[in-house]
Design a protein. Structure first.
Length: 416
């Protein structure tokens, strides 16, 4: 049975009591990886990853100290690490103890480390279910090489929050290790860029590989996957007719907020000829620096979204012969009904906007649609979730042959 939150709380109380009595617990019982954010560090199972096929265990955390044992490839050990120290204390299956260079250690998992079937109240399962994902099936399918299950599993990182996000981080670590570098890079080679980005962003969270820092850990132990996902230049987002693609260059391959787009071009894929220089349109930075490109079915229009630190910019281009021209977009807000015209919203204030599950899409060759989900708070009630009033609108923009845009807005009724 899967650990529920009540059982986990009780287990943590007992664990804290034990740790107050014993500073170095030797028990093989460990808190499941998915709950690592809620519990003391009780140690980790690992193997070694070294080109020589073995690693020496030292008497002290010092490369010049005596060798007390040798660990071969595939031989399991347990270890603990303190505050990202260079050395880890290890215990071998033989019972011998010593110290090992942290960079030689590879976390080890089996399928028993995956979440079991959910129980009522499991937060990450409920969050995933809300988005139409069976979390248990997605994790099981992902480690079995099912590409669709893998997509669903890593999509969870885009919406998981709170305790559910912490659980998911632990499971991400297990899933990636069970798939392995060779298999994961092979699967991702045939996936669209949005899937690769979701995997990259899931891997790049520092807590995922605790007690190791994620960027360095993945580069050491998953080099093929890292080479594919962390890049300084990408040519992708091919048009449906295969004629065009987007080429982007970045300041570096990292995902911190200082990592930015330095060049964006629409090119003719066969020749590499630049059709439109979009660099001035692109504010991409950080984890979402790649942005999104959405082609119309006839390859005559594309919507281009770029994401800065605190800004989202949408541009739409349409073809005029052999070139693409930017469309002058009207203000969507002007089409949304005013609160004073809605009896239920007369005495409210706009309190924000939620991201819709249904993404922007081409509803026809020249019609692009998306949804806006606005939240209002009554002026005479406390500003809290229970009092929110929701309004969801379907926006449709129709682009004429002359490039002019007409916009329609429809209120979405409950349940639609």
């Amino acid at each position: 049975m899967r650990t529920n939150l009540f059982t986990l709380s009780l287990a943590l109380c007992l664990t804290n009591l034990t740790l107050s009595q014993e500073q170095t617990p030797e028990s093989e019982e460990r808190v499941p990886r998915e709950f690592q954010g809620f519990a003391p560090d009780t140690g980790h199972v690992a193997v070694i990853d070294d080109p020589d096929g073995y690693v020496n265990v030292r008497a002290r955390p010092d490369a010049e100290s005596p060798i007390v044992a040798k660990v071969n490839k595939g031989e399991r050990l347990t270890f603990q690490r303190n505050d990202y120290d260079k050395w880890c204390s290890v215990k071998l299956a033989s019972g011998k103890k010593g110290w090992m260079d942290a960079q030689r250690i590879l976390l080890f998992f089996t399928k028993d480390d995956l979440p079991s079937k959910p129980e009522k109240g499991d937060e990450i399962d409920e969050q995933a279910q809300h988005h139409g994902i069976n979390y248990y099936k997605a994790t099981q399918g992902a480690v079995s090489g099912d590409a669709e299950a893998l997509k669903k599993f890593f999509a969870v990182g885009g919406f998981a929050d709170g305790a559910g996000a912490e659980e998911h981080e632990g499971v991400v670590c297990v899933v990636i290790h069970l798939i392995g570098d060779d298999a994961l890079s092979e699967i991702l080679k045939n996936q669209p860029i949005d899937v690769r980005i979701s995997v990259r962003n899931s891997m790049d969270d520092e807590n995922v590989t605790y007690p190791f820092r994620s960027p360095g850990y993945w580069r050491r132990h998953f080099p093929k996957t890292v080479k594919m996902l962390f890049r300084r230049e990408i040519t992708d987002w091919t048009s449906p007719d295969g004629r065009y693609a987007m080429r982007k260059k970045f300041s570096d391959e990292y995902t911190d907020r200082d990592s930015k787009v330095i060049k964006t071009e629409l090119i003719e894929k066969k020749t590499g000829k630049v059709i439109v220089d979009l660099t001035r349109e692109d504010i991409g930075a950080g984890r979402s620096k790649e942005g999104e490109v959405l082609w119309s079915p006839d390859s005559k229009h594309f919507a281009y979204s770029s994401f800065g630190e605190n800004e989202v910019r949408l541009s739409i281009f349409h073809s005029l012969g052999a070139k693409f021209v930017k469309v002058n977009l009207p203000s969507v807000d002007e089409k949304i009904p005013k609160p004073e015209n809605d009896p239920e919203l007369k005495d409210t204030k706009l309190d924000g906007e939620e991201t819709e599950d249904q993404p922007m899409r081409w509803a026809g060759p020249n019609v692009i649609g998306f949804r806006k989900h606005l939240l209002y708070q009554p002026n005479d009630k406390p500003a809290e979730y229970a009092n929110e009033i929701h309004r969801r609108y379907e926006i449709a923009m129709t682009i004429g042959d002359d490039g002019k845009v007409t916009t329609d807005c429809k209120l979405i009724k409950e349940g639609e």
